[in-house]
Design a protein around this ligand. Structure first.
Ligand SMILES: [Zn+2]
Length: 512
């Protein structure tokens, strides 16, 4: 064979092998492909299962249109309030951690014979209460059967009344108790997409773009996120927006006026606050009924559902709750200031990091289950959006690290409203930003290539939407096999009358 023939054969073989590899591995575009289509599981709600908004009466309404602003995140009138170099002072831990929780195992590094280290579980009860397990000495590596673990080390011989242990700490993990969860029925297993909701309180679209550029890039480039620059908050602060997002309801009347057709509250006589929300149209319940394992965490002893002194959930709203952690830090009945100090400032750890680590643990603990989570970061930016700049690396790393695990997921990253305080808020641009929380949505990989769904979502991303539309979207994604609520679902949304479900994800609901 001549040299030329040899080279030709080698090239042909290489091409053949490459084609074969590409054929066998149809994931060549993206290594983490899951097949998921909307057609594979129970159909969306039927028309008679919901109560849509009535057709509005526009008589007397003169200003019934809205020009969607195209805001400049670096508008010259607000740049003097921006502090991109804002970083917390360098932090050196001031506590030596004597207890450690790793892969579910609790150990102590304390070797002093004159002292003992012990732990107890803090079991969740609801948004206000926790239940203590018994104290047990850490005599060998221990495996606590709970998510939140309090630890202490004390002098064996000190019997003084009121003696305070010389070491107090708290650990968080996601403990999977398979005996508690009902085994799945014997039916064909469908890989439902996970649904993650990650909220950063008080962050507008513009603020997200200017303060979290690495996170923004990661989501846009590697998750092919779709941004919704025209999400409008429905009311002043966290709670009413949370009710709109997760219960699909409004807790106040809106008077008929030249700028509004007028709306009646979905809760009479403040029943959203006076009565528990457990049996209401809480979206976590729908996901649970659809076979999802659920989790909720926020860095606030109170929370968006029970602030300032509302009932909230009187049972556990989700399968996993990090709430005992926050109750131990600042809950009225349970607070231990020393533990709060030790787990955060003395350990150089911010509360949003604790939340994101817990979410990370949850994702890892249930690879085989469809998951629904709500993570609400309150502290980070609530009073000052300049605190976001330094957190960019942390969120970026979270998303980068979890690219594969979040590949079959809807990931909603958003704000509840924009910044409500400070100099920027008092500018005209800041006023609009407050109304305009950010929202980025990533679709399960296989839906990104679905021409109908993907183009509908991209089309809707240019429209005005509210948190009601998010609720309708969650309802559409969850689709429990049997109705969890005998009463019809109330569904609002700026797309209502046409299609609230279409607001974010699809256009099938009103196709009937
Ligand atoms: Zn808020």
């Amino acid at each position: 064979m001549s040299n030329y023939t040899v080279i030709k054969s080698v090239i042909i073989s290489l091409i053949a092998v490459s084609l074969l590899v590409m054929y066998l591995d149809n994931a060549s575009l993206n290594p983490f492909v899951f097949d998921y289509t909307f057609g594979d599981f129970p159909p969306p709600l039927e028309y008679d299962e919901i109560i849509p908004d009535e057709k509005p009466d526009y008589k007397g309404v003169f200003f019934d249109h809205c020009e969607l602003p195209h805001l400049n995140p670096w508008d010259p009138t607000i740049t003097r309030f921006l502090r991109p170099d804002n970083k917390p002072a360098p932090c050196k831990p001031t506590i030596k951690q004597l207890t450690k929780l790793e892969n579910g195992t609790l150990t102590t590094s304390n070797t002093d014979k004159n002292s003992t280290c012990a732990y107890r579980c803090l079991y969740p009860v609801n948004d206000y209460d926790l239940k203590y397990g018994n104290w047990a000495n850490i005599t060998k590596p221990m495996v606590p059967d709970c998510d939140i673990i309090e630890t202490k080390c004390f002098d064996n011989h000190n019997t003084t009344k009121g003696y305070v242990p010389f070491y107090e700490f708290m650990h968080a993990q996601v403990y999977r108790n398979d005996t508690k969860i009902e085994p799945e029925e014997n039916e064909e297993k469908i890989k439902l997409p996970d649904v993650y909701v990650i909220i950063i309180d008080a962050v507008s679209h513009s603020s997200f773009v200017r303060t979290l550029p690495r996170t923004y890039h990661e989501l846009m480039a590697n998750y092919e996120a779709i941004q919704f620059p025209h999400l409008n908050k429905v009311a002043l602060n966290s709670r009413p927006n949370a009710l709109a997002m997760f219960l699909g309801k409004s807790n106040r009347n809106i008077e008929k006026s030249p700028i509004s057709v007028g709306y009646t509250s979905d809760f009479q006589n403040n029943s959203d606050c006076r009565r528990p929300l457990d049996d209401d149209q809480w979206i976590g319940k729908r996901f649970k009924a659809a076979g999802y394992t659920t989790m909720m965490n926020d860095d606030w002893a109170l929370g968006p559902m029970n602030w300032p002194s509302c009932k909230g959930f009187v049972r556990m709203g989700t399968d996993h709750m990090m709430k005992p952690f926050q109750l131990k830090i600042e809950g009225r009945k349970y607070a231990n200031g020393q533990i709060g100090h030790n787990v955060h400032s003395a350990s150089c750890k911010e509360s949003f990091e604790s939340l994101m680590n817990y979410l990370d643990d949850f994702i890892t603990a249930y690879p085989d289950k469809p998951k629904f989570t709500i993570t609400w970061n309150v502290n980070l930016a609530h009073s000052n959006n300049n605190n976001l700049y330094h957190a960019d690396g942390s969120f970026y790393e979270f998303f980068r690290k979890n690219e594969e695990k979040l590949n079959n997921s809807f990931v909603f990253v958003l704000g509840d409203h924009g910044i409500r305080f400070g100099g920027l808020r008092h500018t005209a641009v800041g006023n609009i930003e407050d109304n305009n929380p950010f929202l980025l949505l990533t679709l399960p990989w296989s839906l990104r290539r679905d021409p109908q769904i993907s183009s509908t979502v991209r089309e809707n991303a240019h429209q005005l939407i509210t948190h009601y539309d998010l609720y309708a979207t969650f309802v559409d994604i969850a689709r429990p096999k049997s109705d969890t609520n005998s009463s019809k679902l109330i569904l609002h949304g700026l797309f209502s009358g046409k299609s609230s479900l279409c607001a974010v994800v699809c256009s099938r609901f009103y196709d009937h």
